[in-house]
Structure formats: C-alpha cells, structure tokens
Design a protein around this ligand. Structure first.
Ligand SMILES: NC(=O)c1ccc[n+]([C@@H]2O[C@H](COP(=O)([O-])OP(=O)(O)OC[C@H]3O[C@@H](n4cnc5c(N)ncnc54)[C@H](OP(=O)(O)O)[C@@H]3O)[C@@H](O)[C@H]2O)c1
Length: 340
C-alpha cells in the first residue's frame, strides 16, 4: 500500500510508520522536521506545516493517509479536503476524550460527544477542549471523505517512545523496587492499548478501506491487576502500599497527572469511567492486544536506554506525568503516621 502519514516521528505515528515499513508498504511522511528528523532516512519526507502550508502534498496521490497529528478542525479540514480526491481512505487518530460523560461505565461509539462553542479559541486548555476539538475534527474528516474516513477514538496508548511518562512512570517506579505508593481504589477500571497493536490494526483497517468510528482502547482491568501485572513483569520486589483516595486528594495529588491512571473516582465521579471505554466493536473488527508483560518489558528497556523523561512538546506542551521520589516518600510518611 502507498501510505502517507501526517506526522510519524514521535510515538503513535512512529509505530505506524515502523509497522507499515515492516509490512513492505511504501511510506511518505509529512511533517515540519522539528521532531525525529533523523528517523526513517530511507523514507520519502515531505516538509510542511499542516497549519497553513500543505503545498508539499500538491499533485500527489496515495492509497491511504493516516493523520496522527490533527488536533484542531481547521487544520484537519484543510488536509482532508486537500487529499479527498487523491487518497482512497483517511484514518484520523482521534481520542476517547471526545465523550461528554465519563461518569457511567461502558461508553460505546453511540455515546454523546462534547460540543464546543463555534467560537471556542484554538487552545488545548483543558481535557474538554482537547476532546471537543477532536470531535469537531472527526466531523471535518467525515465531511471531506464521506464513508471513507476511519475515526479512531484511542484510549490511553502505551509502549516504547511514549512521551507522556504515564505508563513509563509505573513501569520504572515499580521496577526500581522498595515501597511504592499505590492509590486506592484498587478496583478502579484501567485500560491501555499498546501503540504497536493500535498501529497494526489501523493499517489492516486501511487495507480494507474500512470507515466508521471505533473506540480503540485496551482490555479492561483494575488498577490493582495493572500494578501487580507490572510488578510480575519486571520481577520487582516492590512493596505496594495502598493509600486512601481521599487522603491523596486532600494532599493535593493531581489525579492522572501525578499518579497516572488514578482517577480518584469517588472524589470526582465525573471521570470514574474514563478508562473503561467499550472497545468491543474494534475487537470485532480485528483489534488485538499483546500481553501486558510484553509492553512492560519493552517500555522498561526503552526507558532505561533513553533516560529520564523531560518536558515534552508533542503538539501540546506537556509536563511528564508522575511523582518525584521526595513527594512519594513524604506522602507515605504522613500516611503511615496517620494510620498508626
Ligand atoms: N498518547 C495517548 O495516550 C493518546 C490517546 C488517545 C489519542 N491520542 C492521539 O494520538 C496521537 C498521538 O500522536 P503522536 O504525537 O504520538 O504522533 P506522531 O505522528 O508520532 O508524532 C506527531 C507528528 O506530528 C508532526 N507535527 C506536529 N505538528 C505538525 C504540524 N503543524 N504540521 C506538520 N506536522 C506536524 C510531528 O513532527 P514535527 O514536529 O517535526 O512537525 C510528528 O512527526 C494524537 O493525535 C493524540 O491526540 C493519544
């Protein structure tokens, strides 16, 4: 397949490019050359900025395009319109964050999505802005390529090269061993999808020219099974100390960011089922999941090789997730004194 990737050099797109090359696809990258310009030297690289300069795409055609770098409908609409007559199929990597209500379990593709005001400023200033703009971007792609657009509402994506440090925090922290702060409630739903499983599935869907909207999220598990699964996979002697949810919230611990995957569901029920999307439709369409242990092993190997996470610019300026050792120690000390 001749495939164009809008992006392709940080994480999800990078795995899509690697998977496509491994299958023997002919790949073209379109990006600004600001991130990972040393990657994929053997591949055609088109330089441009999807926010205003798509000239490098002019006159070209591909079988399929995969758009991993679209955050705002204006830019996504521009690339979808530009390519509509010159590709068979357009995959837009959207997000599970499009949904309006995470207070209930089992969110499937028919659940209502966020609605942003038409004049909302183009800023990713909140999770709602991110999700709302992704929802509008999905619509822009569908309008330009009716029934030839695949909208992938990805859940939290993990694996090597993940710039967010969410999964990597737990893998490296647990691998390090010692007493580890684990947040209650341990029964909170969690799901992750390995970027490589997502990449393989996206390419197969493009092969089949499948359109539609799919929740591409991982198999459901609990926070406890997730953290002990990481412990088993790393062979760590870590000792998980489960700390009360309310105590953590009162101490100002930021859910999801400071303790990744923790949603404080009883403190803020609005996010309780953020990690419990119904991905059964994607599974029926062929999405598969490798064992957690494999993702853990590969992520740990990559993290040890690439060193500590720093601030990242991945389209959105983001501080790496996770808690400093001092903060963790301090919280555990106070928690123990209270419990004594
Ligand atoms: N991480 C998660 O858990 C998660 C969950 C759900 C959905 N998602 C979605 O998954 C995608 C993640 O993508 P990724 O960052 O890993 O993809 P990626 O394709 O590996 O990296 C982003 C690419 O976009 C390029 N780019 C950024 N701004 C550009 C611009 N203005 N014009 C042209 N190229 C531009 C970057 O290169 P240059 O900077 O050199 O241009 C880079 O190649 C996002 O759409 C995100 O919303 C992520």
């Amino acid at each position: 397949m001749r495939i164009l990737v809008l992006g392709g050099t940080i994480f999800v797109g990078r795995h899509i490019v690697e998977a496509a090359l491994a299958r023997g696809d002919e790949v073209t990258l379109f990006n600004r050359g600001l991130h990972g310009a040393q990657l994929f030297r053997e591949v055609e690289q088109l330089r441009g900025d999807r926010d205003g300069d798509l000239s490098a795409l002019a006159g070209r055609s591909w079988d399929a395009v995969v758009d991993t770098s679209g955050y705002f409908p204006r830019a996504v609409r521009a690339s979808a319109r530009e390519l509509a007559d010159r590709v068979d199929h357009y995959t837009f990597i959207s997000s599970g964050s499009v949904y309006a209500d995470f207070s209930r379990p089992g969110i499937d593709e028919s659940a209502p999505t966020l609605e942003l005001a038409p004049d909302a400023p183009e800023e990713l200033s909140s999770p709602e802005a991110y999700g709302g703009f992704k929802a509008l971007s999905e619509r822009a792609v569908e309008e330009a390529l009716p029934s030839r657009a695949l909208k992938v509402r990805a859940g939290v994506i993990v694996g090597p090269h993940d710039p967010t440090n969410r999964f990597t925090y737990w893998v490296t922290r647990i691998a390090e061993g010692g007493e580890v702060l684990a947040p209650e409630p341990r029964g909170q739903p969690v799901q992750v999808v390995d970027a490589r499983d997502l990449a393989d599935w996206v390419l197969r869907m493009a092969d089949e020219r499948r359109g539609g909207v799919f929740n591409a999220a991982g198999q459901g598990t609990t926070l406890e099974a997730f953290l002990t699964g990481i412990q088993d996979a790393t062979g760590s002697d870590a000792d998980l100390t489960w700390v009360d949810e309310r105590f953590l919230a009162d101490a100002g611990v930021e859910p999801f960011q400071e303790l990744p995957f923790w949603l404080a569901p009883n403190v803020d029920p609005a996010w309780a089922y953020f990690l419990a999307l119904d991905a059964s439709q994607a599974v029926r369409a062929g999405l598969t999941f490798r064992p957690l242990a494999e993702t853990v092993g590969d992520t740990l190997a990559w993290a040890l090789e690439s060193g500590p996470a720093g601030p990242k610019d991945v389209g959105v300026a983001m501080a790496p997730a996770g808690m400093s050792p001092e903060r963790e120690r301090g919280l555990l000390d106070v928690w123990r004194r209270r419990a004594a």
